[in-house]
Design a protein around this ligand. Structure first.
Ligand code: GLU
Length: 376
């Protein structure tokens, strides 16, 4: 078994329509076998997220539409219809194994906008903590042409980044990336491991200019790039056999795309390096010591606020000595934050009229500046 798969604490498994659909129907036998694999992984202590396609295909069958000539409106109607069958199918196979299926439909903005990204991540984390299996698909019904992931390979990679997953498996109808088109070129060989996606690798998938058709090899490489950058390994493997996860564990062929960094530091890079602070929080010595010790920032340790920001925005954290000591994503907009600073978290509900998060910035959303260790 690839250690990257067996050691993953959070595993995202993406399955394509071609695997799930047999003729016009859900391939229940295959789905039940995959569910058994997922239950086994859960029993081994792994947290599992599924990204499942198939809504459009199932909806087409139900509505009598041809998949080849779909207008955007028709594919939205098909998705709305088919998603019910798809979610139900997952529930039917997971429930007998004692697992709860939880449906999540995402739009592109859910991973691009920080506030929604934060909400989505927390919901996913809660579901995982409760032992449920999130079953994710794109919210095709509201996604417009310009504003959509377009394919579930890239959606799955974004989800993997969002939840800081350790490994993403794309189950497909190919067993990996070949040096040339298998079937067309007799010398084509499977590549077992890829560290960097460069022009040479893109060329193996048919060249960087080929179509970004849903499910094509280029979209898989794009997904790999997203996953690797966010610190997540990606495995591309054949999912056509029964029990594909077990097959992978028994050494079935696959291509591993190695993560660049571990998930925590990739996400922290995003917070610390890619986001412009919209404001700042000044903190006292007690809070400063707590942050140095790896704790979250609580409202009681904040002494003043600069700037106007929304919940989920990046803010700078200024220590008592005036140094910019950390960056983080704030759980409160500046107007609400101003009302709770210097106060106990237990007072939040009476101060704001709703029960907000106890932390001003949760530790997972916080990254210390490299300069703090020497105080400069
Ligand atoms: N969201 C689409 C569906 O459920 C699938 C997109 C894809 O597989 O890339 O039918």
């Amino acid at each position: 078994m690839r250690a990257e798969v067996s050691n993953a604490k959070i595993l995202v498994v993406k399955v394509g329509s071609s695997l799930l659909i047999d003729g016009n129907q859900l391939n229940r036998k295959w789905l039940a076998a995959l569910a058994a694999d997922l239950a086994q992984a859960r029993a081994n202590g792994q947290q599992i997220i599924v990204v499942s396609s198939g809504a459009v295909a199932l909806g087409c069958a139900a509505l009598g539409l041809s998949r080849d000539t779909l207008t955007l409106e028709q594919s939205q109607a098909a998705a709305a219809t088919g998603q019910i069958d798809l979610a139900h199918g997952w529930k039917e196979v997971l429930q007998p194994l004692g697992l709860s299926a939880a449906q999540i439909l995402l739009t592109l903005e859910d991973t691009e906008q920080r506030r929604r990204y934060l909400n989505g991540r927390r919901t996913l984390q809660s579901l995982l903590d409760l032992g449920a299996i999130p079953i994710i698909n794109e919210n095709d019904t509201v996604a417009t042409q310009e504003l959509r992931y377009g394919d579930n390979d890239r959606l799955a990679a974004r989800v993997a980044g969002m939840i800081s997953a350790d490994c993403l498996i794309l189950f497909s109808d190919v067993d990996g990336l070949y040096t040339a088109a298998p079937g067309k070129d007799a010398s084509a060989e499977l590549i077992t491991e890829i560290d960097v996606i460069d022009e040479a690798v893109m060329a193996m998938a048919g060249g960087s200019n080929s179509d970004y058709g849903s499910g094509g090899m280029i979209t898989k490489l794009e997904a790999a790039r997203i996953a690797m950058q966010s610190g997540c390994h990606m495995v591309l493997a054949d999912g056509r056999m029964q029990h594909p996860l077990v097959a992978l564990s028994q050494g079935a062929a696959s291509t591993l795309f190695k993560a660049h960094e571990n998930p925590r530091s990739a996400r922290q890079n995003w917070i610390g390096g890619n986001l412009k602070p919209r404001g700042s929080l000044h903190i006292d010595a007690g809070a400063s010591a707590a942050l140095q010790a790896g704790k979250s920032l609580l409202p009681i340790g904040v002494t003043a606020i600069d700037g106007e920001f929304e919940r989920g925005d990046c803010v700078a954290i200024i220590g008592p000595d005036g140094f910019d000591m950390a960056r983080g994503l704030t759980a409160y907009a500046s107007a609400s934050a101003a009302r709770i600073i210097g106060r106990q978290s237990s007072e939040i509900v009476s101060l704001l009229g709703y029960n907000g998060r106890s932390e001003m910035i949760h530790r997972d959303d916080l990254v210390m500046s490299q300069t703090t260790s020497n105080g400069k």
